[in-house]
Design a protein around this ligand. Structure first.
Ligand code: C2O
Ligand code: CU
Ligand code: CU
Length: 530
């Protein structure tokens, strides 16, 4: 068994790795014909890409820069510089003074071309998280390009309206590349959404939540605390929103659409308004819910998105604070912690963002009670209704594994092959803590599981006896009603999802979105066969 666990020294070696032989260029391809097992589902008609006019062509260059994040020394970061070659300049918004970005704003069915240029010292590739695009466009690590090389993306956006995102995905380097700054948003709008009249323009605020640790020279520090930190996942002591520490925003007394992404490497947030006002959720990973839901707090794991509708009217002069409430979790040195003040554990109470509410803004139109139509997958239609495809999340030596396996670049096991068009039940079973073997340590960790190439629906959750108390600290914050591409699987938990492989045949990834887990090998290929 290959062990992808890296020592600190290996990691440094890897970071200094020179040019490889990874240069590949994208080939134009026609989507394969779909096969539909279920006649009740309207087939997705895939238009040949060549017949769709290109409406946006963008250059994205991944490279290094410095930014004034704190007073004093500037911080060295990695970022994407963008320039629009063709199409409307408003479609690609740079975030001034942030390592994050850009923010794409596109319409469903637009054809987008992106030319990625790698000016990093390491291989890289972009993955479009949540987008339904062919394998060759999806940023599998096998498409990573060497320093100096370029990659041409060309795809049509077929997703419904929602906030998707993009980030690097090179083998064993996703964690550091995201950490040092590389990530942006991909916001899709469509007609169904436009008809709702949701807050727009300056009232539509994308907010990316991340944690970082800075040294006394204002430089980002990543994985310096040994093996245990890598097994648990990186936790920073400083919270940043859109790349800014101590984030505060001036808003108007009106309604806002707050689009939240947990862009952290491994930290989970238990988000709430500090004054106890319930949160109104209107969307998840794959876009709008059917109807708004109200929660006292929201659990947001790495990779997940949630959108809030927040009405600040009548609150002129006051402040609303978004916080992360405390919960029991792991410290980066591996100990279980439930309390204490250090932010170096997953579960520490944290300030996320303050919103200072100023003068009255536009009149608030009431939030529609019905937001969208979601075609519900029916478990009876799954080809494996009584025999879910099961993925055990367990320890393999010192590495988190999936069904006892870690990532291999080209390998697809027999039980990792699905048929195009099929609806399947997948289940993730997190029983690491019950593992026996060489490890005497009782590692119990949450794993946000992500599947590329699809959006899925959560079918159900089940918690093993004995695990209920930590579970119940977070479970009321899961938003399972809509489309998802990432789902948090708590220690002792089994989560079942319904997923239809309806878009493209090809080899895609599924993995834990704790980026240290992913880089250490908690990732596998699966293949959709036509
Ligand atoms: Cu956002 Cu494979 O990841
Ligand atoms: Cu993804
Ligand atoms: Cu994990």
């Amino acid at each position: 068994m290959t062990n992808y666990q890296l020592t600190r020294r290996d990691f440094i070696k890897l970071m200094g790795m020179g040019a490889g032989t990874l240069t590949l260029s994208a080939c134009g391809l026609l989507p394969p014909a779909s096969r539909f097992a279920d006649p009740t589902t309207a087939p997705v008609i895939l238009t040949p890409l060549a017949s769709v006019p290109v409406s946006l062509t963008v250059d994205l260059t991944a490279g290094s820069a410095t930014l004034p994040i704190f007073s004093g020394a500037e911080t060295s970061i990695w970022r994407y510089q963008s320039s629009v070659r063709e199409g409307s300049a408003e479609s690609v918004q740079m975030l001034s003074n942030s390592y994050l970005g850009p923010i794409f704003r596109v319409k469903k069915s637009q054809r987008v071309q992106v030319r990625l240029k790698n000016e990093l010292p390491d291989p890289t590739i972009i993955h479009w998280h949540g987008l339904l695009i062919p394998e060759e466009m999806d940023g599998h690590p096998r498409y990573a390009i060497a320093p100096g090389a370029s990659f041409e993306y060309d795809f049509q956006v077929t997703n419904r309206a929602g906030m998707y995102w993009f980030h690097p995905h090179p083998h064993q380097l996703t964690g550091p590349q995201v950490y040092y700054g590389l990530a942006g948003l991909f916001i899709v709008s469509d007609e169904e959404e436009a008809a709702l009249g949701l807050p727009a323009g300056e009232y539509d605020l994308p907010l990316v939540i991340q944690d970082r640790t800075f040294d006394s020279q204002n430089q980002m520090v990543y994985l310096t605390n040994g093996m245990m930190e890598q097994m648990v996942g990186f936790l920073g002591d400083t919270i940043l929103v859109n790349g800014a520490p101590n984030a505060a925003l001036d808003v108007k007394a009106s309604a806002y659409r707050l689009r939240l992404l947990n862009g952290s490497n491994s930290r989970i947030y238990k988000l709430a308004w500090q004054d106890g006002t319930p949160l109104t959720v209107i969307a998840t990973d794959g876009g709008l819910l059917e109807a708004p839901v109200t929660r006292d707090y929201i659990t947001l794991a790495p990779g997940e998105r949630v959108e809030l509708w927040a009405d600040f009217s009548g609150r002129t002069g006051s402040e609303m604070r978004l916080v992360s409430l405390p919960f029991s979790g792991f410290s980066s040195s591996g100990g279980m912690i439930s309390g204490g003040s250090t932010s170096l554990f997953n579960g520490a109470p944290l300030d996320i963002l303050s919103l200072n509410i100023g003068e009255k803004g536009v009149d608030v139109s009431p939030l529609p009670t019905r937001l969208s139509a979601i075609a519900r997958h029916r478990v009876e239609e799954a080809v494996n209704q009584n025999n879910p495809r099961s993925f055990a999340l367990t320890m393999q030596g010192m590495t988190h594994a999936i069904n006892g396996r870690v990532f291999e670049m080209d390998a697809v096991a027999q039980d990792e092959i699905a048929q195009l068009g099929d609806l399947e039940v997948w289940e993730f079973v997190n029983l690491e803590g019950s593992g026996t073997g060489m490890m005497t340590m009782n590692i119990e960790m949450p794993h946000p599981m992500h599947i590329h190439g699809v959006q899925f629906q959560v079918l159900g959750r089940e918690i093993t006896q004995g695990y209920e108390s930590a579970y119940q600290e977070l479970s009321a914050g899961f938003i399972d009603d809509g489309w998802k591409d990432t789902v948090l699987v708590m220690p002792g938990e089994k989560v079942q999802v319904l997923v239809r492989f309806e878009n493209y045949a090809g080899t895609f990834l599924y993995h834990c979105h704790n980026l240290e887990h992913e880089d250490a090998g908690m990732m596998r290929n699966y293949k959709i066969e036509s």
